[in-house]
Ligand binder design. Structure first.
Ligand code: NAP
Length: 243
């Protein structure tokens, strides 16, 4: 079903994005690996070894023009964009009373505006095609907030708002848009936490472990394949948020 399709994964050089790019390649899709500073050279080789094509494209998704150029490069190379996974994200954690304006803006610009930029440019292509699917990476923190993450929580709650709106705007052309809300997943983003914090988190997770990037990647592929789920936020968090 995804064989020969074009998939853009933003921030794909490591972590959840990398696992997602590889999982879509396993399905036979051609992959556009967007990266900012981490080199995607090895990943591109790994993807091509699976018998599909890979375009590695450097772009800062928080920049409107760079996001547009990324989408154009994908269309120029592969002729379509069938799946967009908005994965690029950053954290700059601290308590609100200590949070600088720059730290707030940086997180909003990457996580929220970056998602808007990509959805905007890709939806133009998908509306013309009358097909496509978008998966936005939110977070359980966007659903429930977290101490020291006001900027991140606001950005990820905003991603859910964009997801609902895009799902409603694009549905008439058969385009779906969903969000994934991971809990704590083992990546560089969570590696920086102290052992004490990690232990406290594991205690709060009903399944008593962090998730794996591959588990999130499987969910992204599932959502991209399904044609009747849209406007949903799917938590993948070991049971942290039960609604
Ligand atoms: P990660 O290992 O830190 O990877 C994030 C990726 O995003 C990096 O490759 C980074 O590139 C890229 N990136 C950052 N800013 C970018 C920009 N402006 N333009 C393009 N790429 C950019 O993080 P992760 O844990 O895999 O997280 C992936 C996504 O899942 C994020 O949206 C994150 O918020 C979300 N998430 C993660 C968890 C978790 O527990 N890990 C939980 C919930 C949600 P560089 O390496 O070049 O900086």
């Amino acid at each position: 079903m995804l064989k020969g399709k074009t998939v853009i994964v933003t921030g794909a050089a490591k972590g959840i994005g990398k696992a997602t790019a590889l999982k879509f390649a396993d399905e036979g899709a051609n992959i556009v690996v967007n990266y900012r500073s981490t080199s995607p050279e090895e990943l591109a080789k790994e993807i091509e070894a699976k018998g599909v094509s890979c375009l590695a494209y450097q772009a800062d998704v928080s920049k409107f023009d760079e996001a547009e150029a990324l989408v154009k490069a994908a269309v120029d190379k592969f002729g379509s964009v069938d799946v967009l996974v908005n994965n690029a994200g950053i954290t700059k954690d601290t308590l609100i009373m200590r949070m600088s304006e720059d730290d707030f803006d940086a997180v909003i610009n990457t996580n929220l505006k970056g998602t808007f930029n990509m959805v905007k440019h890709v939806s133009k292509v998908m509306l013309k095609q009358k097909s496509g699917t978008i998966v936005n990476m939110s977070s359980v923190v966007g659903l429930m907030g977290n101490v020291g993450q006001a900027n991140y929580a606001a950005s990820k709650a905003g991603v859910i708002g964009i997801t609902h709106s895009a799902a409603k705007e694009l549905a008439a052309r058969g385009i779906t848009c969903n969000a994934i809300a991971p809990g704590f997943i083992k990546t560089d983003m969570t590696d920086v936490l102290s052992d004490k914090v990690k232990d406290a988190m594991i205690e709060a997770i009903p399944l008593k472990r962090f998730g794996e990037s591959e588990e999130v990647a499987e969910l992204a592929v599932f959502l991209a394949k399904n044609r009747y789920i849209t406007g949903q936020v799917i938590a993948i968090d070991g049971g942290m948020v039960m609604r």
